[in-house]
Design a protein around this ligand. Structure first.
Ligand SMILES: *[C@@H]1O[C@H](CO)[C@@H](O)[C@H](O)[C@H]1NC(C)=O
Ligand SMILES: *[C@@H]1O[C@H](CO)[C@@H](O)[C@H](O)[C@H]1NC(C)=O
Ligand SMILES: *[C@@H]1O[C@H](CO)[C@@H](O)[C@H](O)[C@H]1NC(C)=O
Ligand SMILES: [Ca+2]
Ligand SMILES: [Ca+2]
Length: 543
């Protein structure tokens, strides 16, 4: 079964495991497909040719899909909007057109926002009313200090506040008229994929369902010292929003979003993903996979787009973030959360692809995240890994201001070198052969903004990436109940290649196909030559 495919016969799991000096995994899902009346089509020959073919078969050509050349978004208004059957009318003969290289009717993907419902003195003087209570920005001077500081003020004091850095939030919109956002709002970093226009304003309803993007945006770039609301971590950065979660999420919608204006946007922050239910295995389908690859290769004039991702909120369902192909990708920076106390939050998902951690909510008595809210308000109860990813995006913006020439891989290296275990509570901290402390809960630890800007200032770009690809004999092996297969595969690190053997390991991507009815019965480990053991998939008794 193909990896992008979401249909699922009982019992077949496809694993694609990724590890970034660390590790992770994914697999697809058992669910009925729901087809939309949108198609992604690849047509060579430019826009006029695409238009001609669209009208010949009764489609409307909505335009190129994000930055993907030759890929177009076609709409067919006479097809029903959501159907469990793929469309079969005369329009389906379009696939026979010689110029049509590839076509795919878009299916609805379930994507869940990563917050959850909840019903001092300081050294920098800002007149914003919420500043004194923004504990994670100046935690060392609180009456109840958190014991590790992300040193954001330290980065500010070195002159970095996000100037000339552009961040966009891929979510349910951004309230661009919010008094704390309008000054830094960047229309060029914003669009509305759901409404197919340029205005990312959220849709308002009684329950404020679409508050999530506006909350994330304020964490990054709320204006400082304007007597209003809060202070963003990169309060002089430009901030935009891509409205893409308020509608059917398809591969095409995701691809348009992650490839939106890649020569202008530097950092994309996403706090959503597949269901965190402990059973799902899902990840980017072909267009989005290609959009990620194009982003790191060509975005930011070849330095690579920076994609920051929330690691997931499925802790209570024993979800494992390796089963989420977005957080798990080597192209994304996957961010976990810790509570004020340094304790593991109840929603935290463990896995080896997590790179680092920022503060967020914890138990009900722990402080939460303070940020801008829908309807020009502020909130002091933003929560979950949703709150952690934008915080990381803001810190990365400070580092990119300190050194705008960091590549997407440099950014990951700088994070690994500067994050700290601090007081973060986990029973699996270990020091790997490269000398870094690492945990499946927190990656390389709590991010440190001041250390990051200092490291960025003096950073030399890492050497070119080399890929060493090895495969097994594809022999079928059976796992007997309550037993393990040891040493399924022993990698050689391309040791037979004099030029390209592995000297320094950056990422590992593991693809495994397993047929089994229940994800929770399985555990997969990867052990490094020096003995660092990474769990690629955790077994659990209840999923
Ligand atoms: C969360 O914050 C908002 C805005 O401040 C407030 O209206 C809401 O009542 C708060 N919810 C809880 C559960 O505290
Ligand atoms: C904020 O504005 C006040 C005036 O309202 C000023 O005294 C203070 O120095 C400013 N703070 C910073 C950090 O610029
Ligand atoms: C995972 O499997 C191991 C070995 O069978 C077992 O000891 C452990 O309790 C399991 N963990 C969970 C969470 O079920
Ligand atoms: Ca403010
Ligand atoms: Ca998850």
């Amino acid at each position: 079964m193909g990896w992008g495919s979401r249909c699922c016969c009982p019992g077949r799991l496809d694993l694609l495991c990724v590890l970034a000096l660390l590790w992770g995994c994914l697999l697809p899902v058992c669910r009925t497909r729901v087809y939309t009346n949108h198609w992604a089509v690849k047509i060579a020959g430019g826009f006029p040719e695409a238009d001609r073919i669209a009208s010949k078969y009764g489609f409307i050509n909505i335009g190129q899909i994000g930055a993907l050349k030759d890929y177009y978004h076609f709409h067919h208004s006479r097809t029903i909007k959501r159907s469990v059957l793929s469309s079969r009318g005369t329009h389906s003969f379009i696939s026979m057109e010689p110029k049509v290289e590839w076509i795919q009717q878009q299916v609805v993907k379930k994507r869940t926002k990563r917050d959850y419902d909840l019903s001092r003195t300081q050294s920098t003087y800002f007149n914003d009313p919420k500043w004194p209570s923004m504990w994670y920005m100046h935690c060392s001077d609180n009456t109840h200090p958190c014991q590790s500081d992300m040193n954001i003020e330290g980065a500010w004091k070195r002159g970095y506040t996000g100037k000339n850095i552009v961040v966009t939030i891929l979510d349910d919109g951004i309230e661009r008229t919010h008094p704390d956002l309008m000054q830094n709002y960047d229309a060029l970093a914003s669009c509305d994929v759901n409404g197919n226009d340029l205005d990312p304003m959220p849709r308002y309803d009684a329950s404020n369902e679409n508050k999530h993007g506006t909350r994330c945006a304020g964490e990054v770039a709320a204006t400082a010292n304007n007597s209003h609301c809060t202070v963003g971590i990169a309060f002089n950065a430009k901030i935009g929003g891509v409205r893409m979660l308020d509608g059917d999420v398809t591969d095409m919608v995701e691809a348009k979003s992650v490839s939106f204006n890649p020569q202008h946007v530097h950092i994309y922050s996403a706090s959503w993903g597949p269901d965190d239910d402990g059973k799902t295995v899902d990840g980017p389908a072909p267009l989005t996979r290609q959009a990620f690859e194009n982003g790191v290769r060509m975005g930011r004039r070849g330095l690579g787009s920076v994609f920051v991702w929330a690691s997931g909120n499925g802790g209570r369902s024993k979800d494992h973030c390796s089963c989420d192909g977005y957080t798990n990708s080597i192209y994304t920076i996957s961010i976990s959360s810790t509570a004020e106390s340094g304790k593991k939050p109840w929603y935290l998902e463990e896995c080896s692809s997590t790179l680092a951690t920022t503060y967020s909510s914890g138990e009900s008595y722990d402080k939460k995240i303070i940020t801008t809210d829908l309807r020009q308000r502020c909130t002091d109860n933003h929560t979950g890994t949703s709150a952690s990813a934008p915080m990381a995006a803001g810190i990365i913006a400070l580092a990119l201001e300190a050194n705008p020439f960091l590549t997407w891989r440099d950014v990951q290296h700088v994070i690994v070198r500067t994050s700290r275990a601090g007081h973060l509570n986990a029973n699996d901290w270990k020091t790997n052969a490269a000398g870094f402390k690492v945990s499946h809960l927190y990656g390389f630890g709590l991010m440190d903004a001041e250390a990051m800007v200092m490291e960025a200032e003096k950073w030399t770009t890492v050497p070119q990436q080399h890929a060493c690809v090895e495969s097994t004999d594809r022999q079928i092996k059976t796992i007997r109940p309550n037993s393990a297969i040891r040493s399924i595969y022993k990698a050689l690190g391309c040791s037979d290649n004099a030029n390209h053997y592995v000297k320094y390991l950056e990422h590992v991507v593991v693809r495994i196909t397993i047929t089994h009815p229940r994800r929770g019965d399985l555990a997969i480990y990867l052990t490094s030559p020096s003995g660092t053991r990474s769990q690629l998939l955790a077994n659990s008794s209840d999923s």
